[in-house]
Ligand binder design. Structure first.
Ligand code: 3PG
Length: 305
């Protein structure tokens, strides 16, 4: 089978090597399309692909229509909001993700960015420490659990809320479970977002909710930019000079947020999963899932059943 690795933001070279070995070992041919800048390049590359491995690459109806041989697309990562899963289903294309494979990388970045923020972006002025502060984790999935583990090492008090995870499971991980999203925001000095972008969560992080954060609150987003109501957050930050917002997913209103000097930071590119280890874990998991699909019809990780 022909397997296309299509990544606008490439994997680390070691990961590409590992993925290629895995697929070739099962007798598949491997094609690589990296750092493409035009949609036409992707449309051309998918023409005779039987399978695809992608990251946040946009797999739209146009791409799926161009990929006439496509049977499976695996998103090497957790969030699959970049793929039109319903249209893929209509076309009989299996969509899978690789949950948990890059979550430690995202969680470590949360703390890299948090230390940077509480030390005033290294401007030389006295900052604060994380020890003893209350950290709120919104959604207790694979990333949220890793964030909790690392936060304990920093000596933080850890709280979480997840609409789909029972409080007992959160408490079992040694984390305080709160009863609502509002309670989490009211309680915590630092709020870390780990919710997916769904019709229910898009723009849900709004003026009212963020305004519940105590004085000098920090909002950190390593989830999806779509969950933030940017207009309302801009308004709130202009009213509350104590708030900080840091993110690894550049908001659409990046230029406007930049006006809040010393209170806003965004990485130029989405960086959470950008480690050799995460690329290798997620990429090889994707390759193994493709091998299993063609060998036995395995669809354990299908997200568009
Ligand atoms: C994910 O959903 O797995 C992360 O957001 C990482 O996405 P990326 O592969 O585009 O860096």
């Amino acid at each position: 089978m022909k397997v296309l690795i299509a990544t606008e933001k490439p994997f680390a070279p070691a990961a590409v090597q590992g993925i290629t070995n895995e697929l070739k070992g099962a007798g598949h041919e491997v094609f690589l399309l990296e750092k493409y800048t035009e949609k036409s390049q992707l449309l051309d590359a998918v023409k005779d692909a039987d399978a695809m491995i992608v990251r946040s690459d946009k797999i739209t109806p146009e791409v799926l229509d161009a990929a006439r041989q496509l049977k499976i697309v695996v998103r090497a990562g957790a969030g699959y909001d970049s793929i039109d899963t319903a249209y893929a289903k209509e076309k009989g294309v299996v969509v899978e993700n690789t949950p948990g494979q890059n979550s430690n990388a995202v969680a470590e970045l949360v703390f890299g960015m948090l230390v940077y923020a509480v030390r005033n972006f290294y401007n030389g002025k006295a900052g604060t420490e994380l020890m003893g502060k209350k950290l709120g984790i919104l959604a207790f999935g694979n990333v949220g659990r890793n964030v909790a583990r690392i936060a304990k090492g920093f000596g933080m008090e850890v709280y979480a809320y997840d609409a789909f995870c029972p409080a007992e499971a959160i408490e079992a991980a040694g984390v305080h479970a709160v009863k609502s999203q509002d309670e989490l925001f009211k309680t915590c000095n630092v709020l870390s977002l780990h919710i997916p972008a769904t019709p229910q969560t898009v723009k849900s992080i709004d003026y009212r909710l963020v305004n519940l954060l105590p004085k000098k609150g920090i909002l950190i987003n390593t989830a999806r930019k779509e969950v933030i109501n940017e207009e309302e957050l801009l308004k709130l930050m202009s009213e509350r000079e104590d708030l900080k917002f840091i993110t690894d997913i550049k908001p659409d209103a990046d230029e406007e947020f930049k006006k809040f000097e010393g209170r806003y930071f965004s990485t130029p590119k989405k960086m959470g999963a950008q480690t050799a280890e995460a690329n290798t874990n997620a990429g090889i998991a994707a390759a193994k899932q493709i091998n299993a699909f063609f060998a036995t019809g395995d669809t354990k990780f299908q997200v568009n059943k």
